[in-house]
Design a binder for this molecule. Structure first.
Ligand code: ARG
Ligand code: ASP
Length: 726
């Protein structure tokens, strides 16, 4: 972007920011009353903070779960029925799909409880109670302690807190640091491991628009799936078993089909995974302009090669589908993040904030002024190592040749028989004739980009030598590397049949190992130690900087960075001024889904039933007041990865949608939320119900739910209605 253009867009976005409501923050439920309730009510909320989180009575938190390792789900019936995203249930759905019964492709609806599908490795976790345990965690920790003794002391304190925590025998305890290790919170949790698949729409609906539409508005994805939690006869967690019964929640979300309008209050309540909002300016600049670009550059190459091959061949498409999807997801996000940071002047905003900090009494203290100087110095030191670390991590995960090297090296160095078997299996799996030629094509370009973009001091001698030897042609290098017996099962077996000494020697001489062991050793010798050391220093400085920021601005409400603990994000349904002359309205409709429809397409195909019902405008009670079928909507809630599947609720605590994504333009909300462009994307609950009921023919599931339409609405704040259920 040239300078003139970037100044123009900064000015444009800043003026847009003034007219919008700030909605930054992922708040700890425990402090909503103290810190947020007044603002939430001023934005339109009709319930109280106590209705969202309470330990004395049932509240919304009793209906929200951490789903699997990194998504959110919500309970919507007194019989433990659970909603989450399709992309959160994806691997489970895929695991039940076969060629004969392809439920991923066709969708699935259990006709009764006996048809619900058991999942051996899926669990959900409720939060029963949150307590601050900072004092206990920091007992005996003093400022003059070195980092190691400090960490040991804290770990010891945390063990003691865990061991003495008041809890029921079926509950578990989690203790995590907040505000850059300045405060500690304990979560008393209940984890249920019998979670069954109840239903899902066909993948064409659940992942409509696939990669092209991912992170993009206008969006038309029906990103939901349905599960049910089972418990033992006492409603306690139990391993999957026929004897289990549907879980009876303390609260479930009533569902409002009254619809939404721009400006309406929204609350997203879930488990955001990771953000970094308090970093100094250079950290943002490095992410936006140096570290994201090398990661994106590597992924550009792999995605282009895989994509071309996938388009040319159906089998290839199947083989690469999941890998492509997950690599493309972060690739696209990072690009939006860099663009957004530059567009909104994220770096300059931070600099202004730092100037404000330094102008306060607290900031003027010499040790605090020094703190920022030290952070700047550490970031300057970090940059080349950060780039080397990122670009090489990408190389090692995008290149199957690199993975093959690592797997064989591990077989040779490992002493554990089980591990050896595992690495061997990995090595064999990488020899797939369907992927090897594709990997070779990618390798030629990845290696070239890696050498050109890693700071030159890190390019190993051996890599330069092999490149020269091959006439500076990566194609020839690839011939040397790939046309070697190590790329066949027989070759690996022959190698492994040799005695310890000769197999090590022989492997080390293979071009594969010459190349990648030099890269690996370079990382181990030169990059990783400094990278880790500098990051440790930064973490230590950030702890003090975080505390200083909070002391310097005592009237500002601070929220802690996301750490996969339960948080409330509130905001309003709101469109977005995308560019001059382009305003994104906050809602999409089924007509828009149909507009994108391409029969038989990989991303935009649709089930016949959707087309048929659209043709007849058969939307039942789910249509909006103008007779349209709503599909997705956007709002200003501050969310991140992990918030997928989170309940989006209205002013009354009733479910209006499922969070599943953010706008690409605003993905820098992980580092620097800006209300002018940051929006989360939700699938409208009316679309979800229509898909279950009319398209899926599973209307009987709705009988379990409490569906609110019309006036009844205002009088029933959630949390109160289902009080004392047990
Ligand atoms: N962007 C969303 C998130 O980060 C959805 C990802 C899954 N969908 C996809 N098309 N890759 O998780
Ligand atoms: N799609 C993300 C998730 O899966 C949500 C986000 O990053 O906004 O959690």
């Amino acid at each position: 972007m040239n300078i003139r253009k970037s100044i123009l867009s900064i000015a444009f976005f800043m003026s847009a920011a003034i007219t919008l409501t700030a909605a930054e923050g992922m708040w700890i439920p425990l402090f909503l009353k103290k810190l947020n309730e007044a603002e939430m009510k001023s934005l339109g909320m009709k319930i109280d903070a106590e209705d969202i989180y309470s330990v004395n009575r049932s509240s919304l938190k009793d209906a929200v779960v951490l789903f699997g390792g990194g998504c959110t789900g919500e309970v919507v019936s007194p019989e433990g029925l659970l909603l989450t995203n399709h992309h959160c249930g994806y691997s489970v759905i895929a695991s039940h799909s076969t060629m004969e019964n392809n439920i991923l492709q066709n969708g699935f609806w259990a006709k009764n409880k006996s048809e619900e599908l058991i999942n051996p490795s899926l669990s959900v976790t409720f939060i029963k109670r949150i307590e601050e345990v900072t004092d206990a965690a920091l007992t005996g920790v003093t400022d003059d302690m070195d980092l190691k003794s400090r960490n040991e002391k804290i770990a010891q304190n945390i063990r003691a807190i865990r061991d003495t925590a008041r809890r029921e025998e079926w509950q578990n305890v989690e203790i995590k640091p907040f505000f850059k290790d300045n405060r500690y919170f304990m979560f008393i949790r209940e984890t249920y491991s019998d979670v069954r698949l109840v239903g899902c729409p066909p993948v064409s609906v659940g992942k409509y628009g696939s990669e092209t539409d991912n992170w993009v508005w206008p969006r038309h994805t029906g990103d939901f799936s349905v599960f049910r939690i089972y418990a033992d006869k006492n409603n306690r967690p139990a391993a999957p078993s026929e004897d289990n019964v549907p879980y009876r929640p303390d609260h479930f979300f009533p569902i409002s089909i009254n619809g939404i309008e721009e400006g309406d209050f929204t609350l997203v309540f879930g488990f955001p995974g990771r953000t970094d909002e308090y970093l100094p300016a250079p950290a943002l600049e490095q992410t936006a302009n140096h570290r994201n670009p090398v990661k994106v550059g590597m992924r550009d190459i792999a995605l282009k090669v895989w994509g071309e091959e996938m388009r040319a061949n159906d089998t290839t498409k199947l083989v690469y589908a999941n890998r492509y999807s997950s690599v493309a997801n972060a690739w696209k996000k990072w690009q939006g993040e860099s663009l957004g940071l530059n567009r909104t002047g994220g770096y300059d905003k931070k600099k202004r904030y730092e100037a404000d900090f330094l102008a306060t009494e607290v900031g003027k203290r010499p040790e605090n002024t020094q703190l920022l100087n030290d952070l700047y110095a550490q970031y300057e030191k970090l940059l080349p190592y950060g780039i080397a670390y990122d670009i090489t991590s990408e190389f090692s995960s995008l290149s199957d040749a690199y993975k093959l090297y690592s797997a064989i090296a591990r077989v040779l160095s490992s002493k554990d028989a089980n591990q050896i078997e595992r690495y061997k299996k990995t090595a064999y799996s990488l020899l797939d004739a369907r992927t090897l030629p594709i990997d070779r094509r990618a390798f030629v370009k990845l290696a070239d980009f890696w050498v050109k973009n890693i700071p030159s001091q890190f390019v190993p001698e051996a890599v330069s030598a092999i490149y020269k030897e091959c006439g500076e042609d990566w194609n020839k290098v690839a011939d040397k590397v790939y046309n070697h017996p190590i790329f066949t099962k027989e070759g690996i077996d022959a190698l492994l049949a040799k005695d310890a000494e000769s197999r090590k020697k022989e492997f080390a001489e293979s071009p594969l190992a010459v190349l990648f062991s030099s890269v690996n050793n370079m990382m181990i010798d030169k990059v990783v130690p400094v990278y880790n050391e500098v990051n440790t220093q930064i973490a230590f400085l950030m702890k003090r900087y975080m505390a200083a920021q909070m002391e310097a601005f005592p009237d500002k409400a601070f929220f802690p960075d996301a750490n996969l603990t339960l948080r409330a994000s509130y905001g309003q349904v709101k469109g977005m001024q995308a560019r001059d002359g382009i305003y994104y309205i906050p809602q999409t409709f089924l007509d828009g889904v149909i507009e994108k429809y391409i029969p038989g397409d990989f991303e935009y195909d649709l089930p016949a039933k959707v087309l048929e019902l659209h043709e007849k405008k058969d939307y039942g009670r789910y249509a909006d007041s103008k007779g349209r079928m709503p599909v997705c909507f956007i709002a200003t809630n501050h969310t991140t990865g992990g918030n997928s599947g989170s309940p989006a609720v209205n002013a009354y605590g009733q479910l209006i949608g499922l969070n599943f994504d953010r706008l690409w333009e605003g993905t820098m909300s992980d580092l620097n939320y800006d209300a002018s462009i940051c929006r989360n994307i939700m699938v409208d609950i009316r679309y979800v119900l229509w898909l279950i009921d009319k398209v899926g023919g599973a209307g009987y599931l709705l009988d379990e739910m409490t569906i609110i339409q019309g006036d009844e609405n205002a009088s029933k704040p959630a949390g109160k209605k289902d009080k004392k259920r047990k």
